[in-house]
Design a protein around this ligand. Structure first.
Ligand code: GLC
Length: 751
């Protein structure tokens, strides 16, 4: 317990677990306990001194607007995320912020989610690795993180009430691992519970989630803070494992908590534990030295992250990079060229310290003549004069750079999209401009996947920059003229059509319930399982050079242990320096449960000079082969394929290994089937012995064909079929109970 506990009154304790204001926890002045400042957000510090809100509606102090997670997630670069976290830590501390509310590591279940710009990926390993790096960087600068939103908060529709109905295996393999990795690897100051229910129970009072999983299994030692307004019952929340309710409810929650303790409905020890966690974390992240942030350096970092996160999707006949000195006039078209779309709407929205626009940046980067046309209205209204001018400018130029994307009102915290299309006015512009000049390069600014079917195959190149922060305009120029290459790879599949998305038939749910019917088949796991073509696969991205892979080696030192060492050599066989994201996927050949053909189990971003080679090494541990089964993480003996390559659909080398691990023992129980009894190491002999005494009925258990027909029958039912009740005094259930006891005593453990 925290040493202050003994000096605090019950009322003071009840107040300490309830917010002190919109952005602060409570203090206890007489004991020198300070209140802490908690504020957003993952891509920039949103410090409000006056009017407070959690939707980015009111002003905040200027701060660096870094690329959003949809961008930085495409960098596949934990080191870069750590640098971003560190810069955020310096700015947060300079603005007296103790806890910065991020990172957001929810999985992108559907591209329609309004907050996908705030999340990294459709894959839990990539999300967790990047989230943990962000937390390490931030907390190394003395500011606490708040990994969010725990858990299964994958849509905005009805987000404060909806129940995410998710089976445990899907939670464990898809929606929890990113949080688990951040908690285990980076020890975040706080975990923010989400608004929604999980299988009917609000996250804020979900004991299984907040105590059994987070505390008992993951050994989490920070505190759980609610999302703002996510607590419906402060007493039930404390009992389940929530520690701090935000924002303040005035005296309402403290009074309820105090009364609950006094009336014996809430254990004082539970309250003391929550207070202890809060005070220990705030001691750990108390204001240290403040350093004036080097905002120019942070702006340069934002620019570098934007470049490393941009995904070059097409580059027909190598039109990119452009020659900065020769080659004729360049037309820069599109409202976003001068009015950049660089961040998302909602709680993460901040006031940037400065804002680059692409027109100025392109003009400064080349001696070629630049012409500019707005092309479309941001409100989506058709304007023929703008369209005509854009076509004229395009016709007169030798190359066009066309800036398109989603306007602010198309995606945001608080609501989801209903389709993947770019605004009609932009698609019409693209058609007209590309007809006028096929040498058109499209640069996209959007927080979530958009359909590219009207652009793919028509534009000469497509560069996806996502919402790339305040330096996006300069980053675009850097890449267009080849100062640097786009370093990103897709962290989310771009499907050919929305209807192909696995969540499509269960989105966004209705009547307060959303069923995660696709189970673990999220993102590329679905498209690969269903062998569905996609526009651009998970992990895809082009650069300005090319890489060759060779010498894949997979070593399994002990086949009875689920471990393997993987090596592959990569060479830059192009003319320019560049980065490659080496990806490693593992697939089980004949799994006992439905599993995707391959899952990302390792990645490394490397940068090589032309002609340079490097050997990349991965260590695969048990979790790399495991699925979540009846007894937890389970590896079944058999063959596994280890594949490495550029993206999930371009795996250039693979090897198959055999693991002879012990077969998992499925625990027997009164409803266990004949098949489960016969495959149990002890139960099979007990079952056979019982049937042997029945004579001919036992034959069903000896003949493989017969076994296939009866193996899914519960043993109790099978006994009922084969035993003459007149001769057998015990009921089938009593017989099975005795057999279970025999197995238990024979194996000396629970069955
Ligand atoms: C919002 C968001 C959360 C944010 C919090 C404080 O509703 O869900 O991400 O950190 O409230 O603004």
């Amino acid at each position: 317990m925290h040493p202050a506990i003994k000096d605090l009154t019950l009322r003071e304790k009840a107040e300490l677990v309830s917010g002190g204001s919109f952005w602060t926890s409570r203090g206890v002045e007489r004991l020198g306990i300070r209140s802490a400042v908690l504020t957003d957000g993952p891509h920039g510090v949103r410090r409000q001194r006056a009017e407070a809100d959690h939707l980015g509606l009111n002003d905040s102090e200027p701060a660096t607007s870094f690329p959003t997670a949809a961008a930085s997630g495409s960098s596949w670069d934990p080191q870069l995320l750590e640098e971003m976290g560190a810069a955020l830590g310096v700015e947060a501390r300079a603005l007296d912020v103790d806890i910065l509310l991020g990172p957001g590591v929810n999985i992108k279940r559907s591209p329609l989610c309004g907050r996908n710009f705030e999340y990294f990926s459709e894959d839990p390993l990539l999300s967790g690795a990047l989230g943990a790096a962000w937390v390490r960087g931030l907390q190394a600068r003395g500011v606490g993180a708040s990994v969010k939103h725990f858990a299964a908060n994958n849509q905005e529709t009805d987000r404060m009430r909806v129940s995410a109905e998710v089976d445990e295996r899907t939670l464990r393999e898809i929606y929890l691992p990113a949080f688990e990795r951040v908690v285990r690897e980076a020890r975040p100051a706080t975990v923010m519970c989400s608004y929604n229910r999980i299988n009917g129970v609000y996250a804020s009072q979900n004991h299984w989630l907040l105590t059994e999983v987070l505390r008992d299994e993951w050994q989490y030692d920070g505190y759980v803070v609610s999302d703002w307004g996510a607590v419906t019952d402060p007493v039930a929340a404390l009992a389940a494992g929530l520690d701090l309710e935000m924002p303040s409810t005035g005296g309402t929650s403290p009074a309820l908590i105090e009364a609950a303790v006094q009336e014996g409905r809430l254990d004082l020890a539970t309250l003391d534990q929550a207070v202890t966690r809060i005070l220990e974390v705030h001691d750990r992240f108390s204001p240290g030295e403040r350093h004036a942030p080097d905002l120019d350096a942070h702006h340069a970092l934002a620019r570098r992250i934007a470049v490393e996160s941009s995904v070059l999707l097409t580059n027909t006949s190598g039109i990119l990079p452009l020659d900065p000195t020769g080659g004729g006039d360049i037309a820069v078209i599109g409202a976003f060229a001068e009015q950049p779309r660089y961040q998302g709407a909602g709680s993460s929205h901040i006031i940037p310290t400065r804002l680059d626009n692409a027109v100025e940046a392109i003009g400064a980067a080349t001696s070629r003549t630049i012409s500019v046309a707005q092309g479309f209205r941001l409100d989506g209204e058709q304007d023929q004069a703008l369209l005509d001018e854009a076509v004229r400018v395009a016709e007169a130029a030798s190359v066009v750079v066309l800036f398109l994307g989603l306007p602010d009102d198309a995606e945001s915290e608080g609501f989801d999209r209903e389709h993947l299309e770019l605004p009609d006015v932009q698609l019409r512009l693209a058609d007209a401009v590309i007809d006028a000049n096929p040498s058109t390069i499209v640069v996209l600014s959007n927080g979530a996947v958009v359909s590219l079917e009207r652009l793919r195959g028509r534009a000469a190149a497509i560069l996806e920059m996502w919402l790339a922060g305040q330096a996006a305009g300069s980053a675009a120029a850097d890449m267009l003229f080849g100062d640097v290459e786009p370093g990103g790879r897709l962290a989310e599949t771009i499907p050919l059509a929305l209807a192909h998305n696995p969540a499509h038939v269960n989105w966004p749910g209705s009547d307060g319930v959303v069923r995660y019917g696709e189970g673990t088949a999220v993102g590329y796991r679905w498209y690969d399982t269903t062998e569905r073509d996609v526009a651009f696969p998970f992990g895809f991205g082009l650069g300005y050079t090319t890489f060759a892979y060779s010498d894949l080696r997979v070593d399994v030192a002990d086949p009875t242990a689920a471990h393997a060492a993987v090596e592959v050599t990569v060479e830059n066989v192009g003319e320019r320096p560049g980065a490659e994201v080496v990806q490693m996927y593992v697939g089980e050949e004949r799994p006992a449960v439905l599993r995707a053909p391959r899952e990302l189990k390792g990645f490394e971003k490397i940068r090589l000079e032309p002609g340079e080679r490097r050997t990349v090494r991965f260590e695969l541990d048990e979790r790399a082969f495991a699925y979540w089964g009846a007894t937890g993480w389970t590896v079944t003996p058999g063959r596994f394929t280890i594949a490495v390559g550029r993206n999930s659909r371009d795996l250039v080398a693979e090897q198959t290994i055999r693991l002879d691990v012990a077969a998992p023992v499925v625990p027997l129980h009164r409803d266990a089937t004949v098949g489960e009894w016969l495959s149990h190491p002890v139960g099979s002999s007990v079952a056979r012995a019982f049937f042997a005494q029945l004579g001919p009925a036992a034959a069903a258990l000896e003949d493989p064909e017969s076994i296939r027909m009866v193996e899914s029958i519960p043993l109790t039912t099978m006994i009922g079929f084969t035993v003459d009740a007149k001769e057998q005094p015990s009921s089938p259930a009593e017989v099975v109970e005795r057999m279970l006891a025999e197995v238990q005593s024979a194996s000396g453990r629970t069955t």
